[in-house]
Structures are given as structure tokens and as C-alpha cells.
Design a protein around this ligand. Structure first.
Ligand code: SF4
Length: 430
């Protein structure tokens, strides 16, 4: 453009027309230039506007896009959040479920553990209880038997004491018989007061146990033997049991046949009945057994024959056996069962009456007649030879008719107890 302008200026100088023309052309060109410039400017402004618009639109678009992006992002975030929240919720739910499941399991396990503990503890406690119960029951039996031995050795039963006092009252004053009965009575008092044996010979230990079903007899025997050993150590019993062949005394009162323990099961019983009898050797020596008929005594196989042999035994025991005594008699049986039953008759109280009228009559006759023999206490003469007579009966064989007599001295040591299920003394029989 500048070159064209320079060429046109050179041509104007030559001619004014040309100059004018040129001026007009210049004007035209300037006008044109101005117009073009304006157009260009307009175009530029338009372009600028367009550009601006474009930029605006682009910025708007960008903004929109940005907004969209942000929205999308937000949406994504939201979705993410939703997802995360839902997933987290799910997760938390799952976790919660797991936790609850774990808790349930834990609860179950704890319950099981508790149940186990309870069962184990209960089983343990029950076993402990059982053990303690066993131990306490065994200890109670031991204590009971020890006390029974002590009481039997040192305290005469009331029914015996009563007839001793009756005999003392019966004897004439200032006689040897009265003297003997006074000594017996003083002995009884002193033994009870000092809890010492009534006599130096504490005798054979006879124990009769009547029990309901289920008693452990071997354990009962074992515990009873222990009580007897300890009663011997304490002095309630003399060291009395001797080996029959060697004469050796172990000093424990334990050995074959000693104690003489008899068990009898009675399913109707609820308590255990234990009767203890201490039978001295001196009075045992004057026991007797007769086989009827006895031609020497003129005793046949009837109650009169029985009466004759019993009185014969009383006669032969005079001065021996520490009278006044008590007879236990068995009619029938064999030699073994007869003697056993005669001792069992001594478990009856002196004030009882025989349920068989003929035997009741026989018992009364024997005591009355014996006391009229004049033998008296210790054989010193007097009115009291017997304190009582108890007669029992057993079946026999046609070929045999035994009358078995056990003689008990004035030291009539016989006591008994009823035990409860815990082996404690419930009541005293004598
Ligand atoms: S018989 Fe009786 S009173 Fe006489 S010493 Fe023997 S146990 Fe003692």
C-alpha cells in the first residue's frame, strides 16, 4: 500500500488535474482506507465480539462443562458416597451381623462354658458333697459306735439298774447278801460317774445289727472294728481278745470271731438298730447246754424237762459267774443256733413279758424257784440268785432236743441304739 501511495504522489506533481484527480482519488482512497479501516475495525470488533462471544460461549461452555464435570464429579462422589455409604452400610451391616453372630456365638460359648462350669462345678460339688457325705457318714458311724461301746461298758441299762435296786431292797439288812448288793450298786454308780468299765473283764463284744436293705456290711464292720480298737486304746474295753492256739494278745480286741458281729436285713426297717452286749468270761463259763431227754435229771422232752435242766444250770453256777445273774434260754435249734438264740434272749428287757403264755409262765417259775434256792448274790446266800430269765424257742430236728442256757452276770452290759440314715444316734433302746 505504501508503494502505491509513493507512485501516486510523483504523478500529482506533474499535473494539477492529475493532482486534483489524485486528491480526489486520495480522498477516495483515504475514504476507502477509512472505510476499509472502519470495516476492518468493525470486522475486528465484530471478530473481537465474536471472539468475545466465542470466548464467552467457550467460557460458558467451559463453565457448563466444568459445572457438568463438577456435577458429574459431585454425582460421582455422591454415587461413590452412595456406593460407599451403601457399601459401607452393607459392610457395617455385615460387620454388625458378623458382630451379632460373633456375639451370639460368644454368648452360646459363654453359655456353654457357664453350663459346663455349672455342670462341672455342680458335678464337682455333688461329688464333693458325696465324698463329704460319705466321709461325714463314715465319721458319724465311727463316733456312734465308739459312743455305744463307751456307754455299754460303763453304764448299766435302766431296766437292769431297777432290778438291782429291787434286789438290794429285798435282801436282809447287815447280811453278806446285802453287802454284796451294796458293792454292786456302788460299782454301778462309780463306773457311770467316772465313765470307766463296770468290770475289769469287758467281755466278748457281741453286736447285733438289724438294718434296711442296702447297708454296706463290710464297711460297717470295718468302721466298727476301728471304733473297737480306739475304745480299747481309750480304756473302755480291756485288751481281751486272745489267739486261742498261741495265747498271744494283739491288744486291739480284733481277731477271728471278735467282735462277734451279726447282721440281719429287714426291708421294713427305716432305721438301723444296733444292739451291743459285752459278755464276761466268768459268766460265759457257767453257761450250759442240755440234750433231752436227760435221764440223770429225769428231764424229758417237754417244758417240765426244760425247767429241770435250767434249774440244774443255776445250781451248778452258784458261787461262780458273779450272780445274781440273768438267764437267756433257747429251747430247740441245734447246738450252734441254740446258743446264739439264748444270747439273743438277753437282748430283751427285764420287764418285758413273753408273748407265749407257757414260756411266760416258765420264765416266772425259774426266777421264783432260783431265788428260793438260797444261793444269793455271789453265792453268799440270800434271796436274789436270779434277776431274770428269758426263754425263746426254735424248731429242732426230731432226733434232737437241746436246751441252751447263757448266763449273764450282774454286770449286765447291754445297750442299743436306733441310727438314722446319716449314722447318727436317733434314740437309745435301753
Ligand atoms: S462274770 Fe461278770 S462281773 Fe464277773 S468278772 Fe466276769 S464280767 Fe465281771
Amino acid at each position: 500500500m505504501a508503494k502505491k501511495i509513493k507512485k501516486s504522489k510523483k504523478k500529482v506533481s506533474t499535473s494539477s488535474a492529475k493532482k486534483k484527480a489524485k486528491k480526489t482519488t486520495k480522498k477516495k482512497t483515504t475514504k476507502k482506507k477509512k472505510v476499509t479501516k472502519k470495516k476492518v475495525a468493525k470486522k475486528k470488533t465484530a471478530k473481537k465480539k465474536v471472539a468475545k462471544k466465542a470466548t464467552k460461549t467457550s467460557s460458558v461452555r467451559k463453565k457448563v462443562a466444568k459445572k457438568k464435570v463438577t456435577k458429574k464429579k459431585v454425582a460421582k462422589k455422591a454415587t461413590k458416597k452412595k456406593v460407599t455409604t451403601s457399601s459401607s452400610k452393607k459392610k457395617t451391616k455385615k460387620v454388625a451381623k458378623k458382630k451379632t453372630a460373633k456375639k451370639k456365638v460368644a454368648k452360646k460359648t459363654t453359655k456353654k462354658k457357664v453350663a459346663k462350669k455349672a455342670t462341672t462345678s455342680s458335678s464337682k460339688t455333688s461329688s464333693v458333697r458325696k465324698k463329704t457325705k460319705k466321709v461325714s457318714t463314715d465319721k458319724a458311724l465311727y463316733d456312734t459306735m465308739l459312743e455305744l461301746v463307751r456307754a455299754t461298758s460303763t453304764e448299766i441299762p435302766d431296766d437292769v439298774q431297777k432290778v438291782v435296786l429291787e434286789a438290794l431292797a429285798r435282801e436282809e439288812k447287815n447280811t453278806t447278801a446285802e453287802y454284796a448288793m451294796n458293792i454292786i450298786q456302788a460299782n454301778i454308780k462309780l463306773a457311770k460317774m467316772k465313765s470307766q468299765p463296770l468290770c475289769q473283764d469287758t467281755g466278748t463284744v457281741h453286736i447285733f445289727v438289724e438294718h434296711p436293705a442296702g447297708l454296706d456290711q463290710s464297711k460297717f464292720r470295718k468302721i466298727t472294728e476301728k471304733a473297737i480298737v480306739d475304745a480299747t486304746k481309750k480304756g473302755y474295753l480291756r485288751q481281751n481278745s486272745v489267739d486261742s492256739l498261741t495265747g498271744k494278745n494283739e491288744g486291739m480286741n480284733i481277731g477271728p470271731g471278735h467282735p462277734d458281729l451279726h447282721f440281719k436285713e429287714n426291708p421294713k426297717r427305716k432305721t438301723i438298730k444296733v444292739s451291743l452286749m459285752l459278755k464276761g468270761g466268768g459268766c460265759e463259763n457257767v453257761g450250759a447246754q442240755y440234750a433231752l431227754p436227760n435221764t440223770e435229771l429225769g428231764a424229758g422232752r417237754d417244758l417240765d424237762g426244760v425247767r429241770k435242766v435250767i434249774l440244774d444250770a443255776v445250781q451248778k453256777a452258784q458261787g461262780k459267774g458273779c450272780g445274781p445273774g440273768v438267764l437267756g434260754v433257747c429251747i430247740g435249734g441245734d447246738r450252734g443256733s441254740g446258743y446264739k438264740n439264748s444270747k439273743e434272749q438277753l437282748l430283751r428287757t427285764l420287764d418285758d413279758t413273753n408273748s407265749h403264755p407257757d414260756l411266760k409262765k416258765l420264765e416266772e417259775e425259774i426266777v421264783k424257784t432260783s431265788n428260793e434256792l438260797g444261793i444269793g448274790p455271789m453265792g453268799f446266800g440270800g434271796k436274789t440268785t436270779l434277776l431274770g430269765c428269758k426263754v425263746g424257742v426254735l424248731n429242732r430236728l426230731p432226733a434232737s432236743f437241746f436246751v441252751s442256757i447263757s448266763y449273764m452276770c450282774w454286770a449286765y452290759r447291754r445297750r442299743g441304739i436306733e441310727m438314722d440314715s446319716k449314722m447318727n444316734i436317733k434314740s437309745w433302746i435301753y
